[in-house]
Design a protein around this ligand. Structure first.
Ligand code: APR
Ligand code: PHB
Length: 389
């Protein structure tokens, strides 16, 4: 097989990159390790920056998002019973859209099917060869048979556990990592959301987040020790913990019900530099991970795709390599600012086991300042709605 851009990974990064490239006349083949059902069963954050919304529209996948996505003009940050409204619209002129990552991925698969793009599922043994030459190729196993894909460029969109990052020799790259001593236990339930807007809650009992998918579907999280397992958390225990973290009037009026999904995710900050080795480019979670506290994961993947898509189109259709040469530095500049924001939000809102009394006072002071200073709220809003590309 032969194509222009071989894309490893059929998550949101790989699908969006492929879709934009195809619309610009560039051929792609996507190699995905899992089945489509498996990719679509993963539940991830659901907040899209205006830049991500614009890029999805540009990719021709905006119709359902525009119909079903919920525009949010603001969110709340709380500290016990203190509710702090962050008015994105008034502070920045922009808003975010609540639309689940699963829906984004579903829409991208439908668009890629309509485009006739080759997406091979359940491929294994993916190896990227000669990425530092002018003739890279990828070998893999599909339907029990060995296969080879020749290409001009390789896009590594295969997530944190993929092969692309590890293809770059260790002496040609650097990893930066911070692992947090807790995870998020997430629950999806067919109940109306506790509040019209998201609530990021700090409390004496730790962090909680009240989010949603639509008027009848809620998504909630509480922080849990990394040693906890999902089986440790009955629905009753989850709701009691959540209600002990949310402001009491919200906790007192919210509707609870059976969970329809429950999972624990560890929190991590991670960046690999650079994002390029020869003709191989890293995109999305293959290159960086943020803790979910600022909902930046999918949005950062989208800005990576934006830079790389323009660079690859210029290189392949105009023979202009400026964009691909600048890709790593341009994407990393934005990535590090989102790393900083996600880290700061995480530190502001979570209780760290074994922390001293001083740390808790720092969080209280930060949140009190946020409630009293429009400048502080504008800074949060500016980062939350997404820094410019
Ligand atoms: N070969 C082929 N495919 C692979 C391999 C491999 N060796 N390893 C992983 N994959 C696939 C995974 O099965 C997955 O479908 O790559 C895909 C990567 O998808 P994601 O992990 O969703 O990463 P990405 O597309 O960059 O999306 C970023 O997803 O993880 C969230 O918070 C993140 O919202 C952000 C978004
Ligand atoms: C979610 O709805 O799943 C969600 C929203 C915001 C976050 C993280 C997760 O910061």
């Amino acid at each position: 097989m032969k194509t222009q851009v071989a894309i490893i990974g059929g998550g949101p990064s790989g699908l969006l990159l492929s879709q934009l490239l195809n619309r610009a006349g560039v051929a792609t083949v996507i190699l995905e390790r899992s089945s489509r059902d498996h990719v679509l069963s993963r539940i991830r954050a659901g907040v899209l920056e205006a830049g991500t919304v614009a890029l999805l529209r540009e990719a021709g996948v905006g119709a359902r998002m525009d119909r079903e996505g919920l525009p949010h003009d603001g969110c709340f940050v709380s500290d016990d019973d203190l509710m702090i409204r962050i008015d994105f619209k008034a502070l920045t002129g922009s808003t975010v859209t609540v639309y689940g990552q699963t829906e984004v991925t579903t829409d991208l698969y439908a668009a890629q099917d309509a485009m006739g793009t080759t997406i091979l599922h359940e491929v294994s043994d993916v190896v990227i060869h000669d990425a530092d030459s002018n003739a890279p190729f990828v070998t893999f196993t599909h339907d029990g048979a060995p296969a080879r894909l020749d290409c001009a460029y390789v896009a590594g969109c295969d997530g944190f556990h993929g092969v692309s990052r590890k293809t770059i020799p260790a002496d040609k790259r650097q990893e930066f990592e911070k692992v947090y001593p807790f995870g998020w236990l997430g629950v999806l339930s067919r109940t109306p959301p506790a509040n019209d807007e998201l609530i990021y809650a700090n409390s004496a009992n730790g962090f909680a987040l009240a989010s949603m998918r639509n008027a009848a579907l809620s998504r909630y999280y509480v922080q849990v020790p990394l040693t906890d397992r999902v089986e440790d958390w009955s629905d009753e225990r989850f709701w009691a913990k959540l209600q002990s973290c949310l402001p009491s009037d919200v906790a007192g009026t919210m509707v609870t019900g059976p969970s329809i999904e429950k999972s624990i995710a560890p929190l991590r900050s991670f960046v690999n530099e650079p994002l390029r080795w020869g003709r191989l480019f890293l995109v999305g979670d293959a290159a960086h991970i943020v803790p979910p506290t600022g909902a930046k994961g999918l949005n950062l993947a989208a800005s990576d795709v934006f830079y790389l898509y323009h660079g690859l189109v210029d290189a392949l259709t105009k023979g202009d390599a400026t964009g691909i040469d600048a890709y790593s530095a341009r994407a990393l500049a934005r990535i590090w600012k989102a790393m900083r924001f996600s880290w700061q939000m995480t530190m502001m809102l979570h209780r760290f086991d074994g922390e001293d009394a001083y740390a808790a006072q720092m969080r209280k002071a930060t949140l009190l300042h946020l409630s009293q200073s429009e400048t502080a709220r504008r800074d949060l809003a500016e980062n939350y709605i997404g820094l410019p590309y």
